[in-house]
Design a protein around this ligand. Structure first.
Ligand code: URP
Ligand code: ZN
Ligand code: ZN
Length: 477
């Protein structure tokens, strides 16, 4: 007799963004078919008695195989990056198809599809990075790509090769408004950073720790305020990415108090690292934690926890930007210990994102289980047009699930699955780790072993971000 389901997860404590309930989960053809007690039999069954089951994580901000200027190269491609993601409970990734200045957006997207094709173990979509908003990009390419399902793009206020000026930002925000896309903004004041960097360099202050001196909180505060003002002018929602501390949070709270639709993202580095991780002396080892904005201090960590708990933050992402410490392609370009401003920015974290937040947030009593699900799965799926296929446990949703194991575990890079030679969280004691990750109903991580499904990860055509206002709004005010 044929089984009713391909797989049944029995006795789960199912957690969604709104509820927690005891249920079996019946899965067929990679999709959740039924929820309820005492479901009919499955060809395979997993007993989850007493264990929490959450939707697979949606990591809506990670960088995989993003083209870099030689000799720098990202350590993770779609194979190793999605392998690591799966072992950490993430089942959908949204990295970036980045436009290089002078390149068409379409060429960037086509190139990025080639990088993912046949490699990804997980379902994936792409944000765009718009670095060259030419008249053709604004009038034709970007609207066409949004219509095709690339319904979000990131813009930068810093980094010489990516940054847009205020006029250019207004131009692209207008496209986001007219065509219903989510604009993600990296908010740091480029001119202040350049000025401070020149001063530090002239004083011989070039060790990794001075990266944090060149990017103090005020450069993030000013740019966050400016991004909000530009969005207000266009009357369009924005999502401020990788918010690091109090002063930026205050700007976002103020914007919300004015009724402005400003969404916000934060990342593990702003909860678990401080500027001291970039070094308390001039050792080069701090290069491992060079990322932008830089981690701040304990007080700022608390502000970020508060924002996670009280609803200020919409999304919790990894901002996984994988560079090896040793060798010639990562933190030491060409094998050299370089001045801080030439250290590739970014840290790995795609595998540790969920275990860190589950351990210290949920089991540490700082956020509810529902809020954990909302921040790590449901809201990212809503913000980027993937909900309800992704980000929830519901009939008709993809069977992307995590069964959690609670118990002591120490983070060791040797046990992680990325291609980076370090983790910033080495030695941290955690209270939980995914015991099983299911992607499309298949066990991809069983708590000990990764089960490859290379090439089975699908490219996801995205819809309109459901966090955007409903009314069609064509004319700019
Ligand atoms: O330092 C960081 N965050 N690197 C990744 C690129 C970005 O700005 O998100
Ligand atoms: Zn950024
Ligand atoms: Zn990033």
């Amino acid at each position: 007799m044929n089984a009713a389901f391909d797989l049944v997860i029995r006795n789960a404590r199912v957690a969604t963004a709104s509820d927690c309930f005891e249920s079996d989960i019946g899965i067929r053809d990679g999709v959740i078919q039924q929820l309820g007690r005492q479901l009919a039999g499955g060809a395979r069954e997993i007993d989850a008695l007493g264990r929490v089951v959450t939707p697979g994580g949606v990591d809506a901000h990670c960088h995989l195989d993003q083209p870099m200027a030689p000799p720098v190269r990202m350590a993770d491609d779609f194979d190793t990056g999605t392998r690591a993601a799966a072992c950490g409970g993430t089942t959908t990734v949204i990295p970036f198809a980045a436009q290089v200045k002078g390149q068409s957006l379409r060429a960037a997207v086509d190139d990025y599809h080639l990088r993912a094709q046949g490699k990804s173990h997980l379902d994936h979509a792409f944000h765009l990075i718009v670095s060259d908003p030419t008249p053709d990009v604004l009038a034709r390419e970007l609207p066409a790509l949004i219509r095709e399902g690339y319904t979000s793009f990131k813009i930068y206020m810093t980094y010489d090769d990516l940054k847009l000026n205020d006029g250019q930002i207004l131009d692209v925000l207008e496209v986001a408004r007219r065509h219903d896309a989510m604009a993600m903004i990296h908010a740091e004041n480029a001119d202040c950073i350049a000025w401070l960097t020149r001063r530090l360099e002239a004083a011989g202050r070039t060790a990794p720790r001075f990266h944090a001196h060149a990017r103090p909180m005020l450069v993030e505060r000013e740019a966050t305020h400016r991004a909000i003002a530009l969005a207000e002018l266009i009357d369009v929602p924005i999502l401020v990415v990788h918010v690091s501390g109090r002063e930026a949070v205050e700007q976002i709270r103020w914007a919300r108090s004015q009724g402005l639709k400003v969404f916000a993202e934060t990342c593990p580095q702003y909860l678990f690292l401080t500027a001291e991780d970039l070094g308390i002396d001039d050792s080069y080892k701090g290069a491992r934690c060079v990322c932008s904005p830089p981690p701040r201090d304990k007080q700022n960590q608390q502000v970020i926890w508060d924002g996670l708990a009280d609803g200020l933050f919409t999304v919790f992402s990894s901002d996984h930007a994988p560079f090896r410490y040793d060798g010639t392609e990562g933190k030491k370009p060409g094998g050299e210990e370089v001045p801080f401003q030439h250290i590739p920015n970014g840290i790995p974290g795609i595998e540790t994102r969920l275990p860190l937040l589950y351990s210290e947030g949920v089991l540490g009593g700082r956020i509810t289980l529902q809020r954990f699900v909302e921040l790590t799965a449901t809201n990212p799926a809503k913000a980027y047009g993937l909900h309800p296929r992704k980000g929830t446990i519901a009939i008709g949703s993809d069977a992307d699930l995590v069964i959690w194991d609670e118990g002591e575990r120490t983070v060791r890079n040797t046990e992680l699955h990325h291609a980076v030679d370090y983790t910033p969280y080495e030695g941290m004691g955690l209270r939980a780790w995914p015991g099983t990750t299911l992607a499309g109903g298949e066990v991809v991580w069983d708590g000990r072993n990764f089960h490859p499904r290379q090439g089975k990860g699908r490219y996801l055509q995205r819809g309109r971000p459901s966090l955007l206002p409903q009314a069609p709004r064509s004319a700019t005010p």
